[in-house]
Ligand binder design. Structure first.
Ligand code: NAP
Length: 268
């Protein structure tokens, strides 16, 4: 790719994306620059990926054809204010923060420019990210392809209408946290029955990974996959019946509603 990619903010998410684009050779390290508040993360990123780093956000703003704002949501306003006169005219601005709307970004820059709102997740760190993406009207098909290439370098992508973007934290942005809770609970249940702790985590996590792959790769309905492993009068249907009795699915859906309410609140 013949574009410079800049990151303002160089924490967990920026480094996951940088890892993806460097390891996949989408760009060379010289085509990537990051800035941050301190040298702590910048030194790690320079050492790990050989990218350019700076303490000055304006260096990144001048350098970038694609500018990824990888700071916490509450820093977006001040960072945009700082760089808005320095960015290239045809830069593509990419946001990765929950609740930050395209309208907010356009108004903060005070002019028409290409904006892509995204919501990735942390499995990006192991090349299994899931990113929802909404481009604004100024983003061409060609620009969109470039952005998809970046996010597909560390996982899967889906284009989503912006009105649904506040639901994305609940289903893929934040959901790794509830899956970790599920894996921990499975492991605890195993330990309770005498399985050693380290083996319990491996058994539980691989079962979750395998089940997810079954959904993605067979294209079968999750309910049909569940039915296939429930023998009449068997052990699995006993567990399924208990999960239903304890409100497993309704607990997940309620948790997702709370997550979406919070994202809507953050957008105001
Ligand atoms: N982590 C997730 O699961 C996840 C998922 C989806 C989206 N996101 C979004 O991704 C964004 C970044 O999250 P993260 O987890 O990567 O956060 P993080 O690890 O705390 O990184 C934040 C980065 O911003 C830098 N920073 C703070 N103030 C700055 C400033 N004024 N100018 C330039 N850089 C500044 C920090 O500098 P230092 O290096 O000096 O601390 C740090 O490098 C957030 O908006 C978050 O909502 C995160």
């Amino acid at each position: 790719m013949n574009k410079n990619i800049g990151f303002i903010g160089c924490g967990n998410m920026a480094q996951a994306i940088i890892g993806g684009i460097i390891k996949s050779k989408l760009v060379t390290p010289k085509q990537v620059m990051a800035s941050a508040a301190t040298n702590r993360n910048l030194n790690v990123a320079k050492e790990s990926f050989g990218i350019e780093v700076s303490n000055n956000n304006l260096d990144v703003a001048r350098f970038s054809d694609i500018l990824i704002l990888a700071v916490k949501p509450n820093m977006y306003g001040s960072v945009i204010e700082e760089v808005k006169e320095t960015i290239k005219d045809d830069v593509i601005i990419v946001t990765i923060a929950a609740g930050i709307t395209i309208d907010f970004v356009e108004k903060a820059f005070g002019r028409n420019l290409k904006v892509v709102r995204t919501m990735p997740n942390t499995p990006a760190l192991v090349g299994e990210g899931m990113t929802a993406i909404t481009p604004n009207k100024l983003v061409s098909k060609e620009d969109e392809e470039v952005i998809l290439d970046i996010f597909q370098s560390f996982g899967k992508t889906e284009i989503i209408e912006e009105k649904l973007m506040n639901v994305i934290p609940a289903i893929s942005g934040s959901s790794p946290a509830y899956v970790y809770m599920f894996i921990e609970a499975l492991a605890d249940g195993g330990v309770l029955q005498g399985i050693p702790r380290n083996k319990a985590y491996k058994l539980a996590a691989q079962a979750v990974l395998g089940a997810a792959k079954m959904v993605l790769e067979t294209g079968m309905h999750p309910g049909a996959l569940k039915d296939n492993v429930c023998s009449p009068g068997g052990t699995t249907i006993e567990a399924v019946a208990t999960l239903e009795e304890k409100g497993f699915r309704s607990a997940v859906i309620s948790a997702m509603n709370s997550c979406t309410d919070k994202a809507n609140e953050m957008s105001k």
